[in-house]
Design a protein around this ligand. Structure first.
Ligand SMILES: *Cc1c(COP(=O)(O)O)cnc(C)c1O
Length: 395
Protein backbone atom coordinates (compact mmCIF):
# COMPACT_ATOMS: atom_id res chain seq x y z
CA UNK A 1 0.00 0.00 0.00
CA UNK A 2 2.68 2.42 1.02
CA UNK A 3 5.09 3.23 -1.81
CA UNK A 4 8.20 1.85 -0.15
CA UNK A 5 11.37 0.79 -1.87
CA UNK A 6 14.92 1.41 -0.77
CA UNK A 7 16.35 1.21 -4.27
CA UNK A 8 14.72 4.23 -5.88
CA UNK A 9 16.37 7.63 -6.13
CA UNK A 10 16.14 10.30 -3.47
CA UNK A 11 13.94 12.64 -5.52
CA UNK A 12 11.41 9.83 -6.06
CA UNK A 13 11.57 8.89 -2.36
CA UNK A 14 11.08 12.51 -1.36
CA UNK A 15 7.86 12.71 -3.36
CA UNK A 16 6.38 9.24 -2.85
CA UNK A 17 7.81 7.57 0.24
CA UNK A 18 5.45 7.20 3.16
CA UNK A 19 2.35 8.33 1.28
CA UNK A 20 -0.52 5.87 1.10
CA UNK A 21 -1.91 5.72 -2.43
CA UNK A 22 -5.34 4.78 -1.16
CA UNK A 23 -6.67 7.90 0.60
CA UNK A 24 -10.21 8.92 1.51
CA UNK A 25 -12.00 10.12 -1.67
CA UNK A 26 -8.97 9.15 -3.80
CA UNK A 27 -7.16 12.27 -2.65
CA UNK A 28 -3.53 12.46 -3.76
CA UNK A 29 -2.22 14.13 -0.63
CA UNK A 30 -2.23 12.81 2.93
CA UNK A 31 -4.97 14.55 4.97
CA UNK A 32 -4.35 16.61 8.10
CA UNK A 33 -5.81 14.45 10.86
CA UNK A 34 -7.07 17.24 13.09
CA UNK A 35 -8.20 15.13 16.02
CA UNK A 36 -6.93 14.85 19.56
CA UNK A 37 -8.04 11.27 20.11
CA UNK A 38 -9.17 8.08 18.34
CA UNK A 39 -12.20 6.05 19.43
CA UNK A 40 -12.71 2.33 19.92
CA UNK A 41 -15.95 0.64 18.88
CA UNK A 42 -15.94 -1.68 21.91
CA UNK A 43 -13.79 -2.92 24.76
CA UNK A 44 -12.54 -5.88 22.74
CA UNK A 45 -10.88 -3.39 20.35
CA UNK A 46 -9.23 -1.68 23.30
CA UNK A 47 -7.89 -4.99 24.58
CA UNK A 48 -6.72 -6.09 21.10
CA UNK A 49 -4.85 -2.79 20.79
CA UNK A 50 -3.28 -3.08 24.25
CA UNK A 51 -2.06 -6.56 23.46
CA UNK A 52 -0.52 -5.47 20.14
CA UNK A 53 -2.94 -7.37 17.90
CA UNK A 54 -4.03 -4.26 16.00
CA UNK A 55 -2.01 -1.42 14.54
CA UNK A 56 -3.94 1.82 15.07
CA UNK A 57 -3.84 5.22 16.76
CA UNK A 58 -4.93 5.83 20.34
CA UNK A 59 -4.34 9.38 21.60
CA UNK A 60 -2.85 12.46 19.94
CA UNK A 61 0.27 12.66 22.10
CA UNK A 62 1.32 9.23 20.77
CA UNK A 63 0.84 10.10 17.11
CA UNK A 64 -1.62 10.35 14.26
CA UNK A 65 -1.74 9.26 10.60
CA UNK A 66 -0.34 12.59 9.31
CA UNK A 67 2.80 12.12 11.42
CA UNK A 68 3.13 8.52 10.32
CA UNK A 69 3.41 9.56 6.68
CA UNK A 70 6.26 11.96 7.57
CA UNK A 71 7.96 9.31 9.71
CA UNK A 72 7.84 6.75 6.89
CA UNK A 73 9.07 9.26 4.30
CA UNK A 74 12.00 10.29 6.46
CA UNK A 75 12.92 6.70 7.31
CA UNK A 76 13.21 5.89 3.62
CA UNK A 77 15.22 9.04 2.91
CA UNK A 78 17.68 8.38 5.75
CA UNK A 79 17.76 4.61 5.17
CA UNK A 80 16.66 3.91 8.76
CA UNK A 81 14.10 1.55 10.27
CA UNK A 82 12.02 4.08 12.13
CA UNK A 83 11.60 7.83 12.69
CA UNK A 84 9.84 9.98 15.27
CA UNK A 85 8.76 13.63 15.08
CA UNK A 86 9.09 16.38 17.69
CA UNK A 87 7.86 19.94 18.16
CA UNK A 88 11.34 21.33 17.38
CA UNK A 89 14.94 20.33 16.82
CA UNK A 90 15.70 21.23 20.44
CA UNK A 91 12.91 18.94 21.58
CA UNK A 92 14.39 16.12 19.48
CA UNK A 93 17.80 16.63 21.09
CA UNK A 94 16.62 17.07 24.69
CA UNK A 95 14.19 14.13 24.54
CA UNK A 96 16.88 11.90 23.01
CA UNK A 97 19.38 12.85 25.71
CA UNK A 98 16.90 12.33 28.53
CA UNK A 99 15.71 8.99 27.13
CA UNK A 100 19.13 7.49 26.45
CA UNK A 101 21.53 8.91 29.06
CA UNK A 102 21.18 7.33 32.51
CA UNK A 103 22.50 8.97 35.69
CA UNK A 104 26.24 8.36 35.91
CA UNK A 105 26.76 8.03 32.16
CA UNK A 106 29.31 9.98 30.14
CA UNK A 107 28.58 11.98 26.98
CA UNK A 108 31.13 13.20 24.42
CA UNK A 109 30.23 16.27 22.36
CA UNK A 110 32.11 18.48 19.88
CA UNK A 111 33.15 22.06 20.63
CA UNK A 112 31.43 23.68 17.63
CA UNK A 113 27.75 23.19 18.41
CA UNK A 114 24.31 24.79 18.21
CA UNK A 115 24.23 27.10 21.19
CA UNK A 116 21.03 25.85 22.84
CA UNK A 117 22.10 22.22 22.56
CA UNK A 118 25.29 23.13 24.40
CA UNK A 119 23.23 25.05 26.96
CA UNK A 120 21.02 22.03 27.65
CA UNK A 121 24.08 19.83 28.08
CA UNK A 122 25.79 22.30 30.44
CA UNK A 123 22.79 23.44 32.48
CA UNK A 124 20.56 20.39 32.61
CA UNK A 125 22.39 17.18 31.75
CA UNK A 126 25.19 17.86 34.23
CA UNK A 127 22.56 18.52 36.90
CA UNK A 128 20.97 15.20 35.96
CA UNK A 129 24.23 13.40 36.76
CA UNK A 130 25.63 13.03 33.24
CA UNK A 131 29.36 13.68 32.80
CA UNK A 132 30.38 15.55 29.65
CA UNK A 133 33.61 15.82 27.64
CA UNK A 134 34.05 18.33 24.82
CA UNK A 135 36.37 17.50 21.90
CA UNK A 136 37.52 19.13 18.66
CA UNK A 137 35.31 18.03 15.74
CA UNK A 138 38.12 17.29 13.29
CA UNK A 139 39.92 14.55 15.25
CA UNK A 140 38.90 10.90 15.51
CA UNK A 141 41.89 10.43 17.85
CA UNK A 142 40.48 13.07 20.23
CA UNK A 143 37.22 11.12 20.26
CA UNK A 144 38.99 7.81 20.96
CA UNK A 145 41.01 9.45 23.76
CA UNK A 146 37.87 10.88 25.40
CA UNK A 147 36.16 7.49 25.80
CA UNK A 148 35.99 6.22 29.40
CA UNK A 149 34.28 3.08 30.76
CA UNK A 150 30.92 4.84 31.36
CA UNK A 151 30.79 6.62 27.97
CA UNK A 152 27.32 6.03 26.54
CA UNK A 153 26.99 8.45 23.65
CA UNK A 154 28.91 10.59 21.18
CA UNK A 155 26.73 13.48 20.01
CA UNK A 156 27.87 15.82 17.26
CA UNK A 157 26.64 17.94 14.43
CA UNK A 158 28.12 17.25 11.01
CA UNK A 159 28.58 19.75 9.49
CA UNK A 160 28.78 21.84 12.65
CA UNK A 161 27.47 25.32 13.29
CA UNK A 162 28.93 27.85 12.41
CA UNK A 163 32.29 26.49 11.13
CA UNK A 164 30.85 23.63 9.09
CA UNK A 165 33.33 21.12 10.51
CA UNK A 166 32.70 17.63 9.14
CA UNK A 167 33.12 14.63 11.44
CA UNK A 168 34.59 11.44 9.94
CA UNK A 169 31.56 9.30 10.77
CA UNK A 170 32.80 5.84 9.61
CA UNK A 171 36.07 6.31 11.55
CA UNK A 172 34.27 7.43 14.72
CA UNK A 173 31.74 4.59 14.44
CA UNK A 174 34.55 2.04 14.21
CA UNK A 175 36.01 3.35 17.48
CA UNK A 176 32.59 3.75 19.14
CA UNK A 177 31.47 0.21 18.35
CA UNK A 178 34.47 -1.25 20.16
CA UNK A 179 33.27 0.47 23.34
CA UNK A 180 29.49 0.16 22.97
CA UNK A 181 29.14 3.92 22.48
CA UNK A 182 26.16 5.21 20.50
CA UNK A 183 26.97 7.73 17.75
CA UNK A 184 24.23 10.35 17.31
CA UNK A 185 24.61 12.80 14.41
CA UNK A 186 22.73 16.11 14.21
CA UNK A 187 22.60 16.13 10.41
CA UNK A 188 20.56 19.35 10.13
CA UNK A 189 23.17 21.07 7.91
CA UNK A 190 23.58 18.04 5.60
CA UNK A 191 20.11 16.48 5.09
CA UNK A 192 19.82 12.92 3.69
CA UNK A 193 20.46 14.35 0.23
CA UNK A 194 24.04 15.30 1.14
CA UNK A 195 24.89 12.70 3.79
CA UNK A 196 23.24 9.61 5.29
CA UNK A 197 24.98 9.04 8.63
CA UNK A 198 23.10 5.78 9.28
CA UNK A 199 24.66 4.25 6.15
CA UNK A 200 28.05 5.22 7.58
CA UNK A 201 27.17 3.21 10.69
CA UNK A 202 25.89 5.98 12.99
CA UNK A 203 23.20 4.74 15.39
CA UNK A 204 20.84 7.72 15.28
CA UNK A 205 20.39 10.76 13.07
CA UNK A 206 18.65 13.87 14.30
CA UNK A 207 17.37 16.97 12.50
CA UNK A 208 16.05 20.36 13.20
CA UNK A 209 13.41 19.90 10.49
CA UNK A 210 12.81 23.63 10.89
CA UNK A 211 15.68 24.06 8.43
CA UNK A 212 16.17 22.17 5.14
CA UNK A 213 13.70 19.31 5.69
CA UNK A 214 10.68 21.62 5.81
CA UNK A 215 12.57 24.18 3.75
CA UNK A 216 10.23 27.18 3.68
CA UNK A 217 10.96 29.11 6.88
CA UNK A 218 7.38 28.43 7.98
CA UNK A 219 7.43 25.89 10.84
CA UNK A 220 9.45 24.36 13.67
CA UNK A 221 9.94 20.62 13.92
CA UNK A 222 12.49 17.98 14.90
CA UNK A 223 13.13 14.38 13.88
CA UNK A 224 15.07 11.31 14.99
CA UNK A 225 15.74 8.21 12.85
CA UNK A 226 17.45 4.91 13.62
CA UNK A 227 16.83 1.29 14.60
CA UNK A 228 13.32 0.64 15.93
CA UNK A 229 14.42 -0.62 19.35
CA UNK A 230 16.28 2.64 20.15
CA UNK A 231 13.81 5.00 18.46
CA UNK A 232 10.98 3.34 20.43
CA UNK A 233 12.69 4.18 23.72
CA UNK A 234 12.83 7.85 22.67
CA UNK A 235 9.26 7.73 21.34
CA UNK A 236 8.02 6.48 24.70
CA UNK A 237 9.90 9.30 26.44
CA UNK A 238 8.27 11.77 24.06
CA UNK A 239 4.85 10.35 25.00
CA UNK A 240 5.65 11.29 28.62
CA UNK A 241 7.46 14.59 28.06
CA UNK A 242 4.89 15.68 25.49
CA UNK A 243 6.90 17.85 23.07
CA UNK A 244 4.87 16.84 20.05
CA UNK A 245 4.31 18.50 16.70
CA UNK A 246 0.69 19.33 15.79
CA UNK A 247 -0.82 17.67 12.73
CA UNK A 248 -0.86 20.87 10.69
CA UNK A 249 2.87 21.32 11.30
CA UNK A 250 3.46 17.68 10.39
CA UNK A 251 1.51 18.19 7.17
CA UNK A 252 3.59 21.25 6.23
CA UNK A 253 6.72 19.19 6.86
CA UNK A 254 5.35 16.38 4.66
CA UNK A 255 4.71 18.88 1.89
CA UNK A 256 8.12 20.53 2.29
CA UNK A 257 9.92 17.17 2.16
CA UNK A 258 8.52 16.41 -1.29
CA UNK A 259 10.83 19.03 -2.84
CA UNK A 260 13.86 18.29 -0.62
CA UNK A 261 16.00 16.77 -3.39
CA UNK A 262 15.52 19.58 -5.91
CA UNK A 263 15.87 22.27 -3.24
CA UNK A 264 19.14 20.80 -1.98
CA UNK A 265 20.61 20.79 -5.49
CA UNK A 266 19.98 24.52 -5.61
CA UNK A 267 21.25 25.19 -2.05
CA UNK A 268 24.43 23.17 -2.83
CA UNK A 269 25.08 25.01 -6.09
CA UNK A 270 24.47 28.41 -4.50
CA UNK A 271 26.63 27.59 -1.47
CA UNK A 272 29.56 26.48 -3.63
CA UNK A 273 29.30 29.49 -5.97
CA UNK A 274 29.01 32.01 -3.13
CA UNK A 275 31.90 30.40 -1.22
CA UNK A 276 34.15 30.47 -4.28
CA UNK A 277 33.20 34.08 -5.00
CA UNK A 278 33.86 35.20 -1.42
CA UNK A 279 37.18 33.37 -1.18
CA UNK A 280 38.53 35.47 -4.06
CA UNK A 281 37.22 38.79 -2.69
CA UNK A 282 39.97 41.07 -1.31
CA UNK A 283 37.77 42.28 1.59
CA UNK A 284 37.12 38.72 2.80
CA UNK A 285 39.69 37.37 5.26
CA UNK A 286 38.55 33.75 5.45
CA UNK A 287 35.74 31.51 4.22
CA UNK A 288 34.55 28.27 5.84
CA UNK A 289 32.75 25.95 3.40
CA UNK A 290 33.41 22.19 3.20
CA UNK A 291 33.33 22.36 -0.61
CA UNK A 292 36.45 24.57 -0.65
CA UNK A 293 39.88 22.92 -0.73
CA UNK A 294 40.92 25.42 1.99
CA UNK A 295 38.42 23.99 4.54
CA UNK A 296 40.12 21.83 7.22
CA UNK A 297 37.70 18.94 6.59
CA UNK A 298 37.47 19.19 2.80
CA UNK A 299 38.94 15.73 2.29
CA UNK A 300 36.57 14.00 4.76
CA UNK A 301 33.63 15.99 3.40
CA UNK A 302 34.41 14.98 -0.19
CA UNK A 303 34.62 11.32 0.82
CA UNK A 304 31.50 11.33 2.97
CA UNK A 305 29.11 13.86 1.44
CA UNK A 306 27.42 14.29 -1.93
CA UNK A 307 27.00 18.06 -1.55
CA UNK A 308 27.97 20.68 1.00
CA UNK A 309 24.77 22.66 1.62
CA UNK A 310 23.84 26.30 1.44
CA UNK A 311 25.51 27.75 4.54
CA UNK A 312 28.71 29.74 4.05
CA UNK A 313 30.54 31.27 7.02
CA UNK A 314 33.09 34.01 6.41
CA UNK A 315 35.07 36.73 8.08
CA UNK A 316 35.32 40.20 6.54
CA UNK A 317 38.46 42.34 6.73
CA UNK A 318 36.77 44.93 9.01
CA UNK A 319 35.49 45.73 12.53
CA UNK A 320 31.98 45.35 14.01
CA UNK A 321 30.79 48.64 12.46
CA UNK A 322 31.99 47.55 9.03
CA UNK A 323 30.34 44.14 9.41
CA UNK A 324 27.07 45.82 10.42
CA UNK A 325 27.30 48.15 7.38
CA UNK A 326 27.78 45.10 5.16
CA UNK A 327 24.88 43.07 6.54
CA UNK A 328 22.53 46.05 6.59
CA UNK A 329 23.41 46.81 2.94
CA UNK A 330 22.36 43.36 1.62
CA UNK A 331 18.98 43.44 -0.13
CA UNK A 332 18.06 39.85 -0.99
CA UNK A 333 18.68 37.95 2.27
CA UNK A 334 16.60 38.63 5.35
CA UNK A 335 18.64 39.36 8.46
CA UNK A 336 17.38 36.54 10.66
CA UNK A 337 18.56 33.49 12.59
CA UNK A 338 17.95 30.05 11.01
CA UNK A 339 18.85 28.53 7.63
CA UNK A 340 17.66 25.98 5.12
CA UNK A 341 14.61 27.78 3.72
CA UNK A 342 14.01 28.96 0.16
CA UNK A 343 14.72 32.56 1.25
CA UNK A 344 18.38 33.41 1.88
CA UNK A 345 19.13 34.54 5.45
CA UNK A 346 22.12 36.43 6.76
CA UNK A 347 23.35 37.08 10.30
CA UNK A 348 26.31 38.22 12.32
CA UNK A 349 26.69 35.51 14.98
CA UNK A 350 28.10 38.20 17.31
CA UNK A 351 24.87 40.25 17.34
CA UNK A 352 22.40 37.39 16.76
CA UNK A 353 23.44 34.49 18.98
CA UNK A 354 26.37 35.64 21.13
CA UNK A 355 25.62 39.28 22.06
CA UNK A 356 25.20 38.40 25.74
CA UNK A 357 28.64 36.69 25.90
CA UNK A 358 31.60 38.65 27.27
CA UNK A 359 33.91 39.51 24.36
CA UNK A 360 36.73 37.23 25.60
CA UNK A 361 34.27 34.30 25.80
CA UNK A 362 33.12 34.97 22.25
CA UNK A 363 36.67 35.18 21.01
CA UNK A 364 37.48 31.85 22.67
CA UNK A 365 34.64 30.28 20.67
CA UNK A 366 36.02 31.96 17.55
CA UNK A 367 33.05 34.28 17.19
CA UNK A 368 34.81 37.43 15.96
CA UNK A 369 33.10 40.77 15.34
CA UNK A 370 33.22 40.45 11.55
CA UNK A 371 32.09 36.82 11.25
CA UNK A 372 29.08 36.42 8.93
CA UNK A 373 26.83 33.41 8.38
CA UNK A 374 25.13 33.44 5.01
CA UNK A 375 22.49 30.76 4.49
CA UNK A 376 21.88 30.61 0.75
CA UNK A 377 18.28 30.09 -0.29
CA UNK A 378 17.27 28.91 -3.76
CA UNK A 379 17.41 32.28 -5.52
CA UNK A 380 19.52 32.71 -8.69
CA UNK A 381 23.19 32.60 -7.77
CA UNK A 382 24.08 35.57 -9.98
CA UNK A 383 21.64 37.72 -8.02
CA UNK A 384 23.01 36.53 -4.67
CA UNK A 385 26.59 37.27 -5.74
CA UNK A 386 25.70 40.68 -7.20
CA UNK A 387 24.00 41.54 -3.90
CA UNK A 388 27.04 40.47 -1.85
CA UNK A 389 29.24 42.47 -4.24
CA UNK A 390 27.36 45.74 -3.74
CA UNK A 391 27.15 45.19 0.03
CA UNK A 392 30.91 44.50 0.30
CA UNK A 393 31.52 47.87 -1.38
CA UNK A 394 30.01 49.48 1.74
CA UNK A 395 32.73 47.99 3.96
C1 LIG B 1 18.30 25.11 14.54
C2 LIG B 1 19.14 23.99 15.00
C3 LIG B 1 18.78 23.26 16.13
C4 LIG B 1 17.55 23.58 16.94
O1 LIG B 1 16.40 23.31 16.21
P1 LIG B 1 14.99 24.08 16.45
O2 LIG B 1 14.12 23.44 15.44
O3 LIG B 1 15.23 25.53 16.25
O4 LIG B 1 14.60 23.77 17.85
C5 LIG B 1 19.59 22.18 16.49
N1 LIG B 1 20.70 21.88 15.80
C6 LIG B 1 21.09 22.59 14.72
C7 LIG B 1 22.32 22.20 13.99
C8 LIG B 1 20.32 23.67 14.29
O5 LIG B 1 20.70 24.37 13.22
Amino acid sequence: MSNQSSKRGEATSAVHAGELRQQEANAITTPIYQTSTFWFENSQQVIDYQEGRTDREEYGRYGNPTWRAVERKLSELEGGEESVLFASGMCAATTTFMALLPVGSHLIVTSDCYRRTRQFIDQFLKRMGVEVSVIEPGSTQAFADAIVPNTTMFFTESPTNPYLRVVDVPACVEVANKHGVKVVIDSTFATPVNHRPLQDGAHLVLHSATKYLSGHNDLLAGTLTGDSDVVDVVRKALGVLGGIIDSHGAWLLLRGLKTLAIRMRSHNANGQAVAEYLEKHPKVRKVWYPGLASHPDHEVATRQMLGFGGVVTFEIETDLDGAIRFVDATRIPYQAPSLGGVESLIELPVTMSFWDYPKEERQKLGITDSLVRFACGIEDQNDLIADLEQALEKV
